[in-house]
Ligand binder design. Structure first.
Ligand SMILES: [Fe+2]
Ligand SMILES: [Fe+2]
Length: 359
């Protein structure tokens, strides 16, 4: 993490980081717009209309603006950061910006390509929210003269094609886990304001309510199309749950100082986030990962160790380095497969889908 090759010291570094496509970096997606156009949400009409009214009400329309003290806080707090923490924070800003903008681009593309009024309206609202989120993060980067040219990122980033159902599983999870991550940080810094090393964290509560609502939208789409939530699709849901949880664990452990500076222990924080996400996803997935299974925790630790060793191999370079990188990448993949077979927990789906962000 702290080798100079990975550091963000210039706009070019920030752009390169946002553009990079590794296993653990946020991706941009394309999908089948014709299939999106055919979606039917009638079975959840009442809950859907209530949600649309919430979007329409737009209770965060004035939230993503800086207050008078923002700039002073940045000036006062930033010089106190260690170089390691500063790098981890910049990395956090760039990767968060990339994933917010990824949502913005995807929702906008779907909006442009569908006629289905329900889907079009939803995508318009979600793109609106994600564009505010991305803009707010980018303004934080601009304080460091590290703003990312989003138009350029949109053109040059590699896109991954996902069938609509994979979009639903993956984005539903990333919206909900995003909510859980932000609310845990907000609650922690609410109790320990002396550990709030940047003003942006004061925005997290109302911010993550947007993400919660985005997740609700995908939950309703999936519940309206129950075929997505049974049979062979349960194997995909299981895969996405593990992929999203494992990615978060590896990323958080790659930048441990960020959580430590907030007074959070990365593993504890991650397991709290898993617990909240498990609780929320009961609304839509009939299975959840058994995060208390001893093989789950040790599996994540080993997976992280494999990625560290693979990275060390890559950094060492040369034939030996590349061989070590390949070896540990395969070891990591095998560990992932092993974890996939840890038994999951099953439950019946509730009649009412909608939940409130009560954490
Ligand atoms: Fe967002
Ligand atoms: Fe979102």
């Amino acid at each position: 993490m702290h080798n100079s090759a990975n550091e963000i010291n210039s706009v070019e570094d920030a752009a390169r980081k946002a553009e990079s496509s590794t296993l653990f970096s946020p991706k941009f997606y394309r999908t089948d717009y014709e299939a999106m156009n055919k979606l039917n949400i009638e079975p959840v009409r009442a809950e859907w209309d209530a949600m649309m009214a919430e979007y329409e009400g737009d209770n965060n329309h004035d939230h993503f603006q800086r207050d008078e003290t923002f700039a002073d806080e940045v000036r006062e707090l930033m010089p106190k950061l260690t170089p390691e923490l500063r790098q981890e924070f910049l990395d956090f800003l760039v990767s968060s910006l990339t994933s917010e903008f990824s949502g913005c681009v995807l929702y906008n593309e779907i909006r442009k390509h569908v006629e289905n009024p329900d889907i079009k309206q939803l995508m318009t609202y979600m793109a609106r929210d994600e564009s505010r989120h991305a803009g707010f993060l980018n303004s934080a980067l601009k304080d460091f003269n590290l703003g990312v040219d989003l138009g350029n990122l949109k053109r040059s980033k590699k896109y991954t094609y996902f069938k609509p159902k994979y979009i639903f599983y993956a984005t539903y999870l990333s919206e909900k886990i995003g909510y859980a991550r932000y609310i845990k940080i907000f609650r922690q810094l609410e109790q320990h304001p002396e550990k709030r090393f940047h003003p942006i964290f004061r925005w997290f509560q109302r911010w993550c309510n947007d993400e919660f609502r985005h997740g609700e939208s995908f939950a309703l789409i999936m519940r309206a199309n129950p075929g997505l939530l049974k049979g062979g699709n349960l194997l995909w849901i299981r895969f996405f749950l593990l992929a999203v949880y494992a990615t978060m664990y590896v990323r958080d452990h790659t930048r441990p100082e960020l959580k430590q500076a907030m007074g959070l222990e990365p593993s504890e924080y991650d397991f709290e986030v898993f617990r909240i996400t498990n609780e929320i996803t009961k609304q839509v997935f009939p299975i959840m990962l058994d995060i208390d299974h001893p093989a789950f925790r040790s599996g994540l630790e080993q997976l992280f160790a494999c990625t560290q060793k693979a990275n060390a191999g890559r950094e060492a370079g040369g034939v030996v380095g590349r061989a070590r990188q390949a070896y540990w990448a395969v070891a990591g993949a095998l560990k992932f497969v092993q974890m996939y077979f840890i038994p999951v927990k099953s439950h019946a789906l509730p009649n009412t889908v909608k939940m409130v962000p009560a954490w």
